[in-house]
Design a protein around this ligand. Structure first.
Ligand code: ADP
Length: 337
C-alpha cells in the first residue's frame, strides 16, 4: 500500500517535470510563431502602395482584412495544435510516468520485503527457544515436589536453549558484518587458506569419522581478504561434514581458470535442483523438519559465506546431484603481481 502511494507521488513528480518542459517549449514555439506571423502582417503592400491603376482603396481594405483574418486563424490553429500535443503528452506521459515510477521503486520494494521477511524469520527463531525455556521453567516452578535432580535437569535444558540463542545471535551478527563489509585484500596462497580451514575443522571431521582431503597445488595465489576466505571455506566444509553420513569423504581442491576455483566436494545427500537456488538465502533450510532437528543450524551459514564472497569480489556457486553429493565452488580473483 505504502509503495502504491509512493509510486503515484513519484509518477506525479515525473509528470510534473515532463509537463513543465512541454509547456515551456509550447509557450516558446507560440511566441516565436506569433512574432513571425505579426512580421508578415506588418509587411508593406507594394501593389497597393503603388496605387496602381485598377486597385481601389476598397479592394485594399478587403485584402488587409483577409490578411488579418488569416493571421487570427493561424494563431487559433497554433493554439489548438499546441493544446492537443500537450493533452497527448499529458495522457501518454501519465502512463509512462507511472510505469517508470513502478520500475524505479521495484528494487526498493523487493529489498523492503526481504528485510521484513528477515525480521520475521529472525524474531520467529529467537522466540522459539525463549518460549520453550519459559514454559519449562513455569512448569518446574509450579511443581511442589520438584527434586534437586529435576531442578538441575531444568537448568541444563535452559543452558542448551541459551546456547542456541547465542549461536543465533552470533550468526545474525556475522551476517550483518559480512553483508557490505569493506575488506582489505592481499596476496594469499590457496594452500595456506585450506591448511587453516583443515586445522579448524579437523575435530569436527574426526568426530564424524569423515575424511578430509586437500588437493591444492602449491604456489597458486589469490587476491582476497584471508580471514574472510577462511570463514567462507569453513562454512562450506562445516556443512559438508554436517550433511555427510559417517565415513563420508570431503575433498578441497583448487583449479586455475580465469579465476582460481576452490572446490569443496562431499559425498553427502546432495541438494535437489529446485532448492539449489535458495540455499544462499537467509534462514533457508532445505531439509525435512526431522533432519532439521537432528542437524543444528539456522540457515544462515551460506548466507554469511555469500555475503563475505560478494565483499571479497568472489563468486560462490553449487553443483549437486541428489544421492551423490555436492560441490561448492569459491571462485576467487587471481593475484596478479
Ligand atoms: P544451515 O546449515 O544452518 O541449515 P546453511 O545456510 O549453511 O544453513 O545451509 C542452507 C541449507 O543448504 C541447509 O539447510 C542444507 O539443506 C543445504 N546444504 C548446505 N550445504 C549442504 C551440503 N554440503 N550437502 C547437502 N545440503 C547442504
Amino acid at each position: 500500500m505504502i509503495f502504491h502511494k509512493t509510486s503515484l507521488k513519484l509518477a506525479g513528480l515525473y509528470l510534473a517535470v515532463m509537463m513543465t518542459i512541454s509547456i515551456f517549449f509550447s509557450v516558446t514555439i507560440y511566441q516565436v510563431s506569433v512574432q513571425e506571423l505579426e512580421r508578415g502582417l506588418r509587411r508593406p503592400l507594394p501593389v497597393f502602395s503603388a496605387n496602381g491603376p485598377g486597385f481601389s482603396s476598397q479592394v485594399r481594405d478587403v485584402f488587409i482584412e483577409q490578411r488579418t483574418q488569416s493571421y487570427e486563424e493561424a494563431k487559433d490553429k497554433l493554439i489548438a495544435k499546441l493544446l492537443l500535443i500537450n493533452g497527448v503528452i499529458l495522457i501518454l506521459g501519465g502512463g509512462l510516468s507511472y510505469y517508470l515510477a513502478l520500475r524505479t521503486l521495484k528494487p526498493i520494494e523487493d529489498a523492503h520485503e526481504a528485510q521484513s521477511a528477515f525480521a520475521a524469520n529472525a524474531s520467529h527463531e529467537l522466540r522459539t527457544p525463549i518460549t520453550a525455556m519459559r514454559s519449562e521453567n513455569e512448569v518446574a516452578l509450579m511443581d511442589p515436589d520438584l527434586t534437586l535432580e529435576e531442578a538441575k535437569q531444568q537448568l541444563q535444558s535452559n543452558i542448551e536453549e541459551l546456547e542456541k540463542l547465542t549461536a543465533l545471535s552470533e550468526g545474525l551478527l556475522s551476517l550483518a558484518q559480512a553483508e557490505g563489509a569493506q575488506l582489505n585484500k592481499e596476496r594469499v596462497l590457496v594452500s595456506d587458506v585450506t591448511a587453516l580451514v583443515a586445522e579448524r575443522m579437523r575435530l569436527a571431521a574426526e568426530a564424524k569419522n569423515v575424511t578430509l582431503n586437500i588437493k591444492v597445488p602449491k604456489g597458486i595465489a589469490i587476491f582476497v581478504n584471508k580471514t574472510a576466505a577462511v570463514e567462507i571455506l569453513a562454512v562450506l566444509v562445516d556443512n559438508a561434514i554436517k550433511y555427510s553420513s559417517k565415513e563420508g569423504k570431503i575433498t578441497i581442491s583448487a583449479v586455475a581458470n580465469e579465476t582460481i576455483d576452490i572446490r569443496v566436494t562431499d559425498t553427502g545427500p546432495g541438494i535437489p535442483k529446485d532448492v539449489q537456488a535458495h540455499i544462499f538465502d537467509r534462514f533457508y533450510r532445505a531439509d525435512s523438519s526431522r533432519t532439521k532437528q537432528q542437524i543444528g543450524g539456522y540457515g544462515l551459514g551460506l548466507a554469511i559465506a555469500k555475503g563475505l564472497a560478494d565483499a571479497n569480489d568472489c563468486k560462490l556457486s553449487v553443483t549437486s546431484t541428489e544421492g551423490k553429493g555436492s560441490t561448492f565452488v569459491l571462485s576467487a580473483p587471481k593475484f596478479v603481481a
